[in-house]
Design a protein around this ligand. Structure first.
Ligand SMILES: [Ca+2]
Ligand SMILES: [Ca+2]
Length: 718
């Protein structure tokens, strides 16, 4: 169905005129003139050099479930080509478990029809096998009985997956959520898995011999495409777009842009999704909530503060890459680049037509700082000349499309995933007024100071070299260095020093400061609301939950805000020198006793393998104190710990007399985060005594150990 629609649309595409809202008036900005590149610099029309320093509006016009309370959409049941049961009771066929019906013109899962196994549930004793039209990503499987047989809910759950019928695997990440079993609903959460065949079985026996009844199985993904299309089917497109507007109008508001200005930033990168601008059939949306209207609003708001806007084409039909973050998780090479010719052409034409409209609309707008032509384009993970040709061939078509309309604006190419490929492409010879962008991440080592520091250092050294060698401005368009505030500070300082632009990912996230998806991923975190159930919740409930995602429902990550604000003005930090430790007097509330030999002197003996250790499980009130013997200036505290014996939660205080202590405000999040921890006071300190005090137990009751403690002061003579 989808393919037919696309082929049809492809045929009529050249005949379509752009029915897009009239271009906005150019906003008069007191400070902004059209930017252009000049060698390795960005300059305004008056010749002033500009470096972009800002943040990403991730989760706004392009949602991501880990960032905001989005919820999960499901695959279209038309993509289920076959369902095979291990047994069937009477004529209650397994096709009843994947059927839909039309109610008031909308397609919904039919919970009134159901399949029954006819046998008591036992571990692996029954199976429903679903086959899809092709291998697709699925991260949750929702199995439900329908209203009249809730006692026959799935007991436990096992999933076997295959892409080719030959090789099968059961995802070790599987978590079973049966918290709604009283409604007959069990959710099998696997994380994103690519498969064509899905075998689902009970993993336990029913207590009283209950059969297995299934009225519906939904294969779910939390990406933008499946969220939107699920709601299109349930509520229709107009009503769905209104829901998205409710979300978007809450997620970023005028006060957020004022906040970004107050953080000394001059730049926001705004990820957009193709369905912000178009209907599913590839014609332009003209409703008042379309993406052009949202961009117009953001650009007007930003113009008031002299903030430049990067329009980042983050989500193309078919997928820019394999990840859900581009809106549509799919195997590489995705249908944006390769496969069925008509589908690829349709997908690429959507991107080109949206860029034509964007360029037409904003070609004279100086608040638009740059066009990011395509986010994170990835066709495969090895060097492959054919795929590079496909990628850069398409990149060049986008470039030529924009340039045919707009010669004013800087355009940005992303180097994914190899600088040598990006800089050596022949297309580059014809490009003008452009930049390159990189997204350095090390997501495999979020608690490893050395890994994050190495990533930051390598990024700066490589990019400063590329910038000089190729004489082109560069942007670090996304990054996160987790809890390592000192690495953030060094990284931003080094980028500023080298005139490299930067935007962290992202402005706000739903997770807590402790979550892997919270922490320093945002200037705001810890959302206090709920995520809707997009399969079952009413329209008004989804509207209510999505409408409550304004920033006032999050907590400010004050430590990160302070740290980044201090560098967003372009300033740089100093090199540091460690204070002389020879005269230090050390004391602690607890030190391991014999037979353990972990004395305090070991934390300043210069030997990384020897350590002081508390000898007891961490608890609130335990402390370690340094007496310098005299007043000292300092603004950095480095603790090299031992394995997981880092302080779980802590505060630092200082004193002139060893009696009266005052707490030092830190640009750190206040929780332990790895073997090496570096604490940054928010302002330079002077004191004779420094005391580190635990505020609670360690998450796994570890002792507290430090191999080396250093306290440092900026080298003002450097
Ligand atoms: Ca059904
Ligand atoms: Ca030591």
């Amino acid at each position: 169905m989808k393919r037919i629609l696309k082929a049809l649309a492809l045929m009529i595409f050249p005949l379509l005129s752009y029915e897009v809202p009239a271009p906005q008036k150019v906003v008069a900005s007191a400070t902004q003139t059209m930017l252009h590149t000049d060698g390795s610099q960005i300059k305004d029309a008056n010749g002033n050099a500009i470096t972009f320093r800002g943040t990403n509006f991730g989760g706004w016009l392009m949602q991501e479930g880990w960032m905001g309370p989005v919820g999960y959409g499901e695959l279209d049941h038309q993509q289920y080509t076959k369902i095979t049961p291990s047994s069937t009771y009477g004529d209650l066929s397994a096709s009843n478990a994947i059927d839909t019906k039309v109610v008031d013109g909308h397609t919904v899962n039919d919970l009134s029809t159901y399949w029954q196994s006819g046998v008591a549930q036992t571990a692996d004793g029954s199976e429903l096998l679903i086959e899809l039209d092709e291998a697709r990503y699925v991260e949750k499987i929702v199995v439900e009985t329908g209203p009249n047989h809730v006692g026959d809910y799935l007991r436990g759950g096992t999933v076997w997956l295959s892409q080719d019928w030959t090789n099968w695997f059961s995802p070790s990440s599987l978590k079973i959520d049966d918290s709604r079993s009283s409604e007959g609903i069990v959710v099998l959460d696997m994380g994103p898995q690519l498969a064509k065949y899905f075998a689902i079985r009970p993993s336990q026996s029913s207590e009283d011999g209950q059969w297995w009844t299934v009225a519906n199985i939904s294969l779910c993904m939390g990406d933008e495409y499946h969220v939107r299309t699920t709601l299109f089917r349930r509520f229709g497109e107009d009503a769905t777009n209104q829901l998205f507007a409710t979300y978007q109008n809450a997620w970023i508001q005028a006060s957020d842009i004022a906040k970004i200005a107050s953080m000394n930033m001059n730049f926001v990168r705004v990820p957009v999704y193709w369905m912000d601008f178009m209907h599913p059939d590839g014609t332009f949306r003209t409703d008042s909530n379309n993406g052009f209207a949202k961009l117009d609003w953001a650009i007007q708001q930003c113009a008031q503060y002299g903030i430049y806007v990067l329009i980042d084409f983050h989500g193309a039909p078919g997928g820019d890459n394999c990840w859900a973050s581009c809106g549509e998780a799919s195997p590489v090479p995705t249908k944006l680049y390769a496969g069925d010719t008509a589908t690829v052409a349709w997908n690429q034409n959507v991107v080109l037509n949206i860029w034509s409209a964007l360029a037409t609309r904003y070609k004279d707008n100086p608040t638009v700082g740059a066009y990011g032509l395509l986010n994170e384009p990835v066709l495969n993970f090895d060097t492959n000349a054919a795929y590079e040709d496909l990628k850069y061939g398409f990149y060049d078509r986008i470039y030529q499309t924009v340039r045919a309309i707009d010669t004013n604006h800087i355009v940005i190419f992303e180097e994914f995933m190899d600088w040598s490929v990006a800089t050596n492409r022949p297309e580059r010879a014809t490009w003008t007024n452009y930049m390159f962008e990189k997204h350095p991440y090390d997501m495999d080592h979020p608690k490893d100071w050395s890994s994050q520091k190495q990533l930051a250092n390598n990024t700066v050294s490589t990019m400063s070299q590329i910038q000089t060698q190729w004489n082109v401005p560069l942007l670090v368009g996304e990054f996160c260095l987790y809890y390592f505030s000192d690495v953030w500070d060094d990284f931003l300082s080094d980028l500023n020093r080298n005139g490299i632009s930067w935007t962290n990912w992202a402005y706000k996230v739903r997770g807590t400061i402790y979550d892997s998806g919270g922490g320093n991923w945002g200037y705001y975190n810890t959302f206090d609301g709920e995520e809707p159930d997009l399969l079952h919740d009413s329209y008004s409930r989804i509207q209510s939950l999505w409408g409550a995602c304004q920033t006032s429902h999050f907590q400010e990550n004050a430590a990160l805000v302070r740290l980044v604000s201090a560098r967003a003005d372009g300033s740089t930090n100093h090199p540091y020198v460690a204070l002389d430790r020879s005269g230090w007097k050390l004391s602690a509330s607890n030190t391991a006793s014999l037979p353990y030999i972990y004395p305090l002197s070991f934390l300043k003996d210069g030997i990384a393998s020897t350590r002081w250790s508390s000898g007891v499980a961490q608890a609130a009130g335990q402390w370690l104190m340094v007496d310098f013997g005299q007043n000292e200036n300092f603004d950095k505290i480095e603790m090299l710990g031992y394995q997981e014996d880092y302080p779980g939660s802590y505060e630092v205080s200082s004193s002139f007399d060893g009696v009266n202590f005052s707490t030092i405000e830190l640009n750190n999040v206040g929780i332990g985060f790895g073997t090496k921890m570096v604490l940054l006071p928010s302002t330079p300190q002077t004191a004779r005594y420094v005391k580190i005090t635990l505020k609670g137990p360690h998450e796994t009751n570890n002792w507290w150990s430090i191999c080396e403690l250093n306290i440092l002061w900026r080298n003002v003579n450097a």
